[in-house]
Design a protein around this ligand. Structure first.
Ligand SMILES: Cc1cc2nc3c(=O)[nH]c(=O)nc-3n(C[C@H](O)[C@H](O)[C@H](O)COP(=O)(O)OP(=O)(O)OC[C@H]3O[C@@H](n4cnc5c(N)ncnc54)[C@H](O)[C@@H]3O)c2cc1C
Length: 412
């Protein structure tokens, strides 16, 4: 019987699962595919219910991880094979090279000296990044990454002379023996390129809710000033389109639970930054369950934030100004509305990562890609791999998964 636990995915649910198990004395391996821990929460400006920046919750987790000898973290790591069964799995993990020193050396000057820019996934395409980069603000581990694929010949030659860069580092495989596997692979934003009817990809000032998080974040591409992409103007009249690609059998056939709260939160970002701004939220049903109802009521008490029950029928661009026209039917008054906005935010839902990725595991997923729980497989799903959740519920789900994993490795 192998006593160790493997956690796949280092977002809030995976980190919580790994820490809870490690702090109870279990040996835990945490495998994260990106260069940093924290998952999607790292990309938020603030998170409810307290509306604190992500650093406030995540830095505590990072300290706990640093101080725990039972927990080993592998970033830029992919699970490539799994054999065996509950209580006795053999797992091969591929570690991709960073090409940078193992300690947290400041390589910002070297990075700035490079010429070529690459797509910046962390900022959802709002800006570019250098091929040598820190993958996230306050990233853990705080280490630079070299994206060798995107190096120009000139940059490669410059880096080959640097003592800090090892261009020859290669990927390597490690093998882990574990008794239980926690699957905390989380979510990705629904691909807006499927939502051209709502303006995505064809109208510059039509952005997604995750882009809005980055625009509002002090660590983001505009240093926290919310500016519209076409001309950097301050958007003073903004619409949010709820259920953009959600509860729709052609896109995501479910409610992502969080999007109404996210838009209400983002309406506050705008109102705080621009006191003369106006926000309209077009919704089908405004879903703010449990204690979130208070947050919704407080937000909607602001007379410059209107919630309009009505499905958006058309989104058009005013080519001269870059403004966006929205046509909708107000379901309460029955009136057809056509309103001009300076920016539109699409409230897109959360799609499980496993809808688009496969893992070498025998998993039972539903048609949307969410993992179903199983008591006997030794593979325990957690967080948004199971269903759309907020951070608090993701953490609770991680704790519950840790308890089940411990029971498996202790043979109970
Ligand atoms: C617009 C928006 C705003 C939000 N705002 C809030 C808010 O204010 N408050 C709140 O409580 N919640 C908010 N949420 C929800 C919050 O983001 C989630 O609750 C949280 O991210 C769930 O954490 P998780 O660990 O389950 O998933 P994730 O954060 O997605 O983490 C999963 C991790 O697994 C990694 N991973 C994926 N596949 C693999 C693999 N094959 N191998 C290894 N690693 C892998 C990923 O890289 C990632 O690091 C918001 C969501 C949206 C859409």
């Amino acid at each position: 019987m192998a006593q160790s636990i493997l956690v796949i995915g280092g977002g809030f649910s995976g980190m919580t699962a790994a820490l809870e198990a490690a702090e109870l004395g279990e040996e835990v391996y945490l495998v994260e595919k990106s260069p940093y821990l924290g998952g999607r929460v790292m990309q938020l400006n603030k998170y409810f219910p307290k509306l604190c920046p992500p650093s406030c919750g995540l830095e505590i987790q990072y300290q706990r991880i640093k101080n725990n000898r039972n927990l080993q973290v592998f970033t830029m790591a992919d699970v490539v094979s799994v054999s065996g069964e509950a209580g006795n799995f053999e797992v091969t993990v591929k570690l991709r090279p960073r090409h940078t020193p193992a300690s947290s050396v400041d390589l910002s000057r070297l990075a700035e000296s490079l010429s070529q820019d690459a797509d910046n996934e962390f900022e959802f395409g709002l800006v570019k990044r250098r091929p040598l980069y820190m993958s996230a603000p306050f990233a853990y581990p705080p280490r630079y990454v070299l994206d060798k694929e995107n190096l120009s010949e000139e940059d490669r030659s410059k880096l080959s002379k640097s003592k800090q860069i090892d261009l020859d580092q290669e990927e390597k495989n490690i093998t882990l023996q574990v008794g239980s596997i926690i699957l905390a692979t989380g979510w990705r934003p629904y691909d807006t390129s499927n939502l051209t009817n709502l303006g995505a990809g064809r109208i510059a000032n039509c952005i997604s809710n995750m882009q809005m998080e980055r625009l509002a974040a002090p660590s983001g591409p505009t240093e926290g000033r919310i500016k519209r992409p076409s001309d950097d103007a301050a958007p003073k009249k903004v619409a949010f389109v709820q259920c953009a690609g959600s509860r729709d059998e052609n896109h995501l056939n479910y409610c992502s639970y969080i999007c109404c709260m996210a838009s209400l939160k983002q309406a506050r970002y705008l109102r705080e930054q621009y006191p003369d701004s106006e926000v309209d939220i077009y919704y089908i049903d405004l879903r703010t369950p449990g204690r979130y109802e208070n947050f919704a009521q407080q937000t909607l008490a602001d007379e410059n934030i209107q919630a309009i029950k009505g499905k958006v029928a058309e989104v058009e661009e005013d080519l001269a100004s870059g403004d966006v026209w929205i046509t909708a039917e107000d379901a309460i008054s029955g009136r057809k509305l056509k309103t001009r906005y300076e920016m539109v935010v699409l409230a897109t839902g959360m799609q499980p990562n496993l809808a688009q990725e496969t893992l070498p595991l025998n998993l039972s997923t539903d048609e949307e890609g969410f993992v179903s729980e199983s008591d006997t497989s030794g593979i325990i799903p957690a967080g948004c791999a199971v269903e759309p959740l907020d951070v608090m519920k993701s953490a609770q789900s991680g704790t519950a998964a840790a308890m089940k994993a411990i029971q498996t490795v202790r043979g109970r």
